[in-house]
Design a protein around this ligand. Structure first.
Ligand SMILES: NC(=O)c1ccc[n+]([C@@H]2O[C@H](COP(=O)([O-])OP(=O)(O)OC[C@H]3O[C@@H](n4cnc5c(N)ncnc54)[C@H](O)[C@@H]3O)[C@@H](O)[C@H]2O)c1
Length: 438
């Protein structure tokens, strides 16, 4: 298969759009990335990434002004691009179904610029039959348009997005025409992408993304139920998970007990899959329960804080971790967003620290007499009655606990991510409250 380079348009300069556009540019395609957010585009045109994603800013700087350009104008992207990747948000709406208005806007804006053949590729996570809706919308606004709509769901994980783009486990290509298949197989050619490629019809590809994400969420909820069981039974859930994970049929990944899943994908995608099933008269009860189990993780954690501190009112609590997982500044649906208000309601004074997510968190919890943002791990624990760990950043795992202990007023750790060895920290003199352990 030849390595033709395409003129590619990427719509949306978020986590997915920026990784997609900078990686495609790195592979030699001519990429223009479009976002309606003028401020984001201004920053990007200066070579600054509006999000933290390891390696992203370097890739943007490498290619900016040559293979990679950014614009906030529809007329700069749509007429020129042969292939258009839609990477806009599909957030949950009130009823749990995804809000498809951003995707619809792309289709409407794009329609009037189609003069020659274009391939429109859904990368956003969308309900089944979205491609049919995109097709219908484009035809409504431009009945003569010559185009295909394909589905190429994105499986990247924030925090390792660049790696996941270049070394994915698989690439799913949902197409309804030979031409669309040929183009996508040229972009995802075997030289650049050695992984298996699964070619399906469009609807199947749309479903694969939902079935995958919901399964991963289910797996985490499952181990969290096992964690509750282990804690009551006096067993260590991490050892149980290790024993389970060594079985190749089960695998070790996504068996980390703790505060559960968050982020911009799992909560909304699980809800969307349940709703999609409901529309087809299928009761996806197992996913509903996975969702409930996940929500209960917050209660389990808060109960631990209360068990540890007795009275929360007036206590100083250092909180480590605001992002929904390590190596990202993304706080969407982070457990921290639920835990912080509960602790504040109970009258705590909080000293928050996160390596990358503090600026985002300040927009939700502005600094006040009750909320302090610390510049370092050490500063966060000065005079603290307890330390609450919400995200498992490496920086926390490597913390000098002797120094931390010296700075704290009372030596209590409530660890929502099981980052420390209970025996060691207890020997150091901490009262240690992990998840799912005796
Ligand atoms: N974040 C992830 O880890 C991840 C992984 C896989 C799939 N996805 C899916 O990919 C999609 C995008 O996710 P994200 O996290 O990158 O979103 P995001 O919110 O970070 O970015 C979306 C961007 O699209 C822009 N936008 C919206 N409508 C537009 C329009 N009509 N024209 C131009 N720009 C527009 C917004 O301004 C925003 O910058 C979602 O469907 C998500 O579920 C996300």
């Amino acid at each position: 298969m030849g390595k033709k380079k395409f003129k590619i348009g990427v719509v949306g300069a978020g986590y997915v759009g920026l990784v997609t556009s900078s990686c495609l540019a790195e592979l030699g395609h001519n990429v223009i990335c479009y976002d309606k957010d003028k401020e984001k585009i201004r920053e990007l045109n200066k070579g600054k990434s509006p999000i933290y994603e390891p390696g992203l800013e370097e890739l943007i700087k490498n290619n900016l002004g040559r293979k990679l350009n950014f614009t906030d104008r529809a007329e700069d992207i749509y007429p020129e691009s042969e292939v258009i990747f839609i990477c806009v948000g599909t957030p949950s709406s009130q009823d749990g179904k995804p809000d498809m208005s951003y995707v619809e806007t792309c289709a409407i804006e794009l329609a009037k610029f189609i003069t020659d053949y274009k391939l429109v590729v859904e990368k956003s996570t969308v309900p089944i039959r979205t491609a049919e809706w995109i097709e219908r919308t484009i035809k409504l606004y431009n009945p003569k348009a010559n185009f295909d709509v394909a589905s190429n769901p994105e499986f990247l994980r924030e925090g390792s997005g660049i790696h996941d783009f270049f070394q994915p486990d698989r690439i799913v290509i949902g197409v309804n025409s030979e031409k669309a298949k040929e183009i996508l197989l040229q972009i995802y050619n075997d030289d650049d992408f050695k992984c298996p490629k699964l070619i399906t019809d469009v609807k199947t590809a749309e479903a694969i993304k939902h079935a995958s994400n919901s399964f991963l969420a289910l797996k985490i909820s499952y181990i969290n139920m096992v964690a509750d069981f282990c804690e009551k039974a006096g067993i260590d859930v991490d050892l149980v998970a290790e024993g389970m994970g060594l079985d190749k049929r089960i695998g070790r990944s996504f068996l980390k007990a703790g505060l559960g899943w968050g982020g911009s994908c799992f909560p909304k995608d699980v809800k969307a899959f349940v709703k999609m099933a409901e529309d087809l008269q299928v009761d996806f009860s197992i996913l509903k329960e996975a969702y409930r189990v996940n929500e209960r993780r917050i209660e389990v954690f808060i109960k631990k804080v209360k068990d540890a501190l007795w009275v929360i009112k007036g206590k100083r609590i250092a909180v480590w971790g605001l992002s929904f997982k390590p190596n990202t500044d993304d706080i969407r649906e982070s457990p921290a967003l639920k835990i912080i208000p509960l602790l504040l309601n109970d009258g705590a004074f909080l000293s928050l620290y996160d390596p990358k997510a503090m600026e985002n968190a300040k927009k939700i919890f502005p600094p006040s007499d009750k909320v302090h943002y610390a510049n370092s791990l050490e500063e966060s624990v000065i005079g603290a009655h307890a330390l609450a760990i919400i995200t498992d950043w490496d920086e926390f795992k490597n913390a000098d606990l002797n120094r931390i202990k010296d700075l704290m007023l009372t030596h209590i750790i409530i660890d929502g991510r099981n980052i420390f060895d209970p025996k060691k920290v207890r020997e150091m003199g901490f009262l240690y409250y992990p998840m799912g352990k005796p």
